[in-house]
Design a protein around this ligand. Structure first.
Ligand code: ADP
Ligand code: MG
Length: 305
């Protein structure tokens, strides 16, 4: 396991920001850490990276207990904190060399690492500018570069695309997907498309508690309304709501536009054959019919209400 979190609780005064949180992250994958604002994502990330201590519980990074191996663990982790704090008066390459030295990378080697990471994160055209002069997208690249410079095996990224414009978001996402090929990445976000785009597994946290931990494809299993069948059907002629409600297994009917309906079943039985039989019996033509899958967004909303 790259990261193993066991029974972590964190109290801020009387407030429980994390309540007995446990999860495991295997190596070489990009994990989405999802949750609404205030759920405890940043707190969990600060604990994993050793920036704040937990009130109770244990965290292992590459099988090392973080409390007893804090320096070694920091070498193995790259961390991009929320809001990406940077020294705005420093030049890009100067700052990255400075970070390299903090990791005790020797001078000659530090030069080499800096050059490599500047190229990898697409910072070549901006490397001689002051960080304060960069666009937000490039600042975020600098944040990623400082997290990567010591070639860590684990990357912790706290809302890495927040505040970026849509083009910058895609660029940073691609960069994360690229560097994530050879590392374990834990990435917090509340943007569903982000998770859809780059994460294989998802952990959802709400009010300091884990409410889902699954592969992206299986996440719908956490939904309590998963058992409800929803079908969108379009007829070529006018069909009344009352007629539709009489179909066996149909519970709820909602019109979305002329002759097009959302039909909900009351069990997890497929209601499409019944709808089809109904159309045949009344000589209605079905123009289209499809089962509606629960979106990640719907599952998220249901679990974090
Ligand atoms: P997220 O990153 O998911 O938005 P946080 O981990 O930042 O959530 O916060 C979780 C909860 O802990 C929130 O209610 C927040 O107000 C509280 N909290 C975070 N940091 C502190 C702190 N330093 N002191 C007191 N409360 C805090
Ligand atoms: Mg946060």
């Amino acid at each position: 396991m790259s990261i193993s979190v066991k029974g972590i609780t964190k109290l801020y005064g009387k407030q429980k920001a994390l309540d007995n949180v446990s999860f495991e992250i295997s190596s070489g994958e990009i994990f989405g850490f999802l949750g609404p604002n205030g759920a405890g994502k940043s707190t969990m990330m600060k604990i994993i990276t050793g920036y704040i201590p937990p009130s109770s519980g244990e965290v292992y990074v590459n099988n090392l207990d973080i409390l007893n191996n804090s320096i070694e663990v920091k070498r193995q982790i790259g961390y991009l904190p929320e809001n990406n704090p940077l020294y705005l008066d420093m030049y890009v390459s100067e700052y990255l060399q400075f970070v390299a030295k903090l990791y005790k990378i020797k001078s000659g080697e530090a030069n080499k690492c800096t050059k490599e990471i500047i190229s990898k994160t697409g910072l070549l055209p901006e490397q001689n500018k002051k960080i304060g002069a960069l666009s937000k997208g490039y600042r975020q690249r600098v944040g990623l570069a400082q997290a990567l410079i010591h070639n860590p095996s684990v990357l912790i990224l706290d809302e890495p695309t927040s505040g970026l414009d849509p083009n910058q978001i895609v660029e940073i996402r691609n960069l994360i997907a690229e560097v994530g090929k050879e590392k374990t990445v834990l990435l917090s976000t509340h943007i569903m498309q982000e998770v859809e785009a780059i994460c294989k597994r998802i952990i959802i946290i709400n009010n300091g508690k884990i409410v889902a931990d699954s592969s992206k494809d299986d996440l719908h299993k956490y939904s309590i309304s998963e058992s409800i069948q929803t079908v969108i059907v379009e007829f070529s002629t006018t069909v009344s709501r009352d007629e539709l409600l009489k179909i066996k297994g149909v519970n709820k009917v909602q019109g979305i536009k002329q002759n097009k309906w959302i039909v909900e079943g009351n069990t997890n039985n497929d209601i499409r054959p019944e709808i089809f039989q109904f159309a045949v019996k009344h000589n209605y033509t079905v123009l289209s019919m499809q089962q509606k899958e629960m979106s990640l967004e719907q599952v998220f909303q249901e679990l974090t209400k």
